[in-house]
Design a protein around this ligand. Structure first.
Ligand code: 8YV
Length: 298
């Protein structure tokens, strides 16, 4: 069975793939399944070049880089790796929030520069008891909220659908959510449906004392508006794990101590990446065994 590996993958996953299937790196007539990461997906052009393709397996929970509707129209099923990365992404969101409010990485730079010998690090912002708005209350948004209850956060959320089984307040728009939040945490999926959801208006509603945390996708935030807001005091700061054009980070952010910049590492622990690799491989194996998937995309 021939499988297209569309991009570099976790070494242990690549090893499993090579030991089990005929792996190719270019589309061809005999390719029946493709494995890729959330970062790369599979293009429609690649799909067109694989007439026997019946499954696309993603390493990652996001799949906005693949045109799922187009794949389905060609009789191709699609999977991702939900759940196994939820804890790590939520951990990192809380870590980013603590970092930007308390200035951890900025304080670390302060010490390394030798500035402690010359004076005190400026006072920061308290984390416990903050009003936090979560944009996107899916698995990851819920896991972030769960962690923040231990910080006595006053939680509200906005999601495509109102959720009935949570005690958090619902805001009926991203602007309304930002207006009542001191910290806005972005945990939605990416893709066209959420592009630019955190607009200039949302950042204005968040205000000069507000912080933005983004562990979702850079596309969800109007990045030029965000750069303008953090450089001019429109918002107090931001913790960003994702960017519009990775690995490019807007130059004006690089010198700012009120912005925490991370290289898309929310799921990047050994434990979670291995679990993602196992689940991606499990999806592929299941498909090539009985034509079904363990975790098809909704
Ligand atoms: C990974 C992610 O960085 O799961 C996702 O959607 O963005 C991250 O876990 C990605 O899968 C690697 O391509």
């Amino acid at each position: 069975m021939t499988v297209l590996q569309a991009c570099p993958l976790l070494p242990s996953l690549e090893e499993n793939l090579r030991a089990t299937y005929k792996i190719v790196d270019q589309p061809g007539d005999d390719v029946v399944a493709a494995i890729t990461s959330s970062r790369y997906g599979v293009t429609n052009e690649q799909i067109d070049a694989m007439p026997s393709l019946r499954a696309i397996v993603h390493f990652g929970v996001g799949y906005e880089t693949t045109d799922v509707a187009y794949a389905r129209s060609r009789g191709i099923v699609v999977s991702n790796t939900p759940d196994v990365l939820t804890d790590c992404v939520a951990d990192l969101a809380v870590g980013g929030m603590i970092d930007v409010l308390r200035g951890l990485t900025a304080a670390d730079r302060f010490v390394r520069r030798g500035d402690w010998r010359r004076g005190q690090f400026p006072l920061a912002t308290k984390v416990t008891g903050r009003r936090v708005g979560i944009l996107g209350l899916g698995r990851i948004g819920r896991a972030i909220a769960h962690r923040l209850t231990a910080f006595d956060a006053d939680l509200s959320y906005h999601s495509r659908h109102r959720v009935s089984d949570v005690p958090y307040r619902y805001a009926d728009s991203p602007v309304a959510l930002a207006a009542q939040a001191e910290v806005l945490v972005v945990a939605t999926s990416g893709g066209p449906a959420t592009a630019g959801l955190v607009s200039a208006d949302v950042l204005t509603a968040l205000g000069p004392a507000g912080y933005l945390v983004n562990v979702a996708r850079g596309s969800v935030v109007d990045e030029p508006a965000l750069v303008a807001a953090v450089t001019t005091g429109g918002i107090a700061g931001a913790a960003l794990d994702v960017f519009a054009d990775e690995p490019t980070v807007p130059e004006p952010l690089l010198g700012l101590d009120n912005v925490v910049l991370l290289p898309h590492i929310a799921s990047a622990t050994t434990e979670t990446r291995e679990a993602m690799g196992d689940l991606a491989f499990g999806n592929l194996r299941r498909f090539l065994t009985d034509g079904t998937l363990l975790t098809p995309v909704p």
